[in-house]
Design a protein around this ligand. Structure first.
Ligand SMILES: NC(=O)c1ccc[n+]([C@@H]2O[C@H](COP(=O)([O-])OP(=O)(O)OC[C@H]3O[C@@H](n4cnc5c(N)ncnc54)[C@H](OP(=O)(O)O)[C@@H]3O)[C@@H](O)[C@H]2O)c1
Length: 305
């Protein structure tokens, strides 16, 4: 099976490339800029037609949540018009599309984990464009699976785990918000889920599914866990000071509760991600091995022990 994924250097793309490398029946091809630019629909059509996929994974997106508030046209062009064009080419080729979306489609005002039937009511430009992308993809390709995920991290690219470790190498105390709740999700696990869907014998499933790490936490709880693991490995760590979102202003206001219920995915595909702590442990280890091998920051962590 040939899987064509959009983007080349993103967290999910890189995790997919790694996971597919050990699956002999899968050929995974990543197409991204400059060959496929989501802001240029002609390039999308040509790149995907040339790649001749059996299935398309739409993983590339405009993902900078704060900047999107000031670049709404670009975010819309990439996330909505671009994603729709990807889905349309897949439809032309009569192949399914797996499209990634986000927990930030929800307002975050409810106290329970959101399921697929809950009303989406994004409060950010990014969340709005991703919700519109879901609708656009679904309207042009009947063979669509939309996977909403949350709080992605991985050994690759920009993410919370790498940021926390980098800052801890420079500071002893870090202030982190404790009033935003969610499910940290390893992109390595998400890649497994995507490949499961792509190769699932009953590929006629369509619709929206939530896929996220199992268990909930808030950002400061996540940061504390990162430093707990890192400290035992001789990596950087810092003291975490809880703060509230009102004291940490960002351009885009994040939802207070963006936890996702993953029961539907489990019911249909028989798969649930490991607990977020188990998956985070794996990723923290990999980052420390790759980024802090006997570095001064590692020594910094040891000094404070
Ligand atoms: N990160 C999260 O916490 C999170 C949470 C929920 C859902 N999601 C969704 O999950 C998906 C994957 O996220 P991620 O964390 O892997 O993203 P990421 O690491 O930020 O990577 C974004 C990817 O999109 C590509 N891209 C951006 N603009 C593009 C354009 N104009 N044309 C072609 N490619 C473009 C980038 O290409 P280059 O390699 O060329 O830079 C990169 O491969 C996205 O749909 C995102 O909305 C993410």
């Amino acid at each position: 099976m040939k899987i064509v994924v959009t983007g080349t250097g993103g967290q999910v793309v890189t995790s997919l490339i790694e996971a597919a490398a050990s699956m002999p029946d899968i050929e995974l091809v990543a197409v991204g800029r400059p060959d496929l630019d989501l802001a240029d629909t002609a390039s999308i059509r040509q790149a995907i037609l040339d790649a001749k996929p059996d299935i398309v994974v739409s993983a590339a997106a405009y993902t900078t949540v704060d900047r999107a508030e000031d670049e709404r046209n670009l975010a819309y062009a990439i996330n909505v018009v671009g994603a729709a064009a990807v889905a349309e080419v897949a439809a032309t080729l009569h192949v399914p599309i797996i499209h990634l979306s986000t927990n930030y489609v929800f307002s975050g005002d409810e106290a329970y984990p959101y399921d697929e039937e809950d009303e989406a009511e994004p409060k950010t430009v990014y969340g709005y464009t991703k919700l519109r992308s879901e609708r656009a993809v679904a309207s042009v390709n009947p063979r669509h699976i939309i996977l909403r995920t949350s709080w992605l991290y991985s050994p690759f690219g920009h993410n919370f785990v790498r940021t926390m470790l980098r800052i801890a190498a420079e500071r002893q105390t870090i202030a982190v918000v404790s009033d935003q709740w969610g499910n940290p999700t390893s992109a390595l696990d998400l890649a497994d889920a995507i490949l499961l869907v792509a190769t699932h014998p009953t590929r006629h499933h369509t619709g929206i599914f939530h896929v996220a790490g199992t268990g909930e936490t808030n950002w400061s709880g996540f940061a504390r866990y990162i430093f707990e693991v890192s400290r035992t490995l001789g990596g950087p760590f810092a003291e975490v000071q809880d703060i509230v979102s009102a004291d940490y202003r960002t351009r885009a206001k994040r939802p207070s509760n963006s936890c996702l219920s993953t029961d539907k995915f489990d019911r249909i595909f028989g798969w649930r991600a490991p607990s977020w702590q188990v998956s985070a442990n794996t990723v923290i280890r990999r980052i420390i091995d790759a980024d802090y091998p006997g570095s001064p920051s590692r020594a910094h962590g040891k000094r404070k022990a």
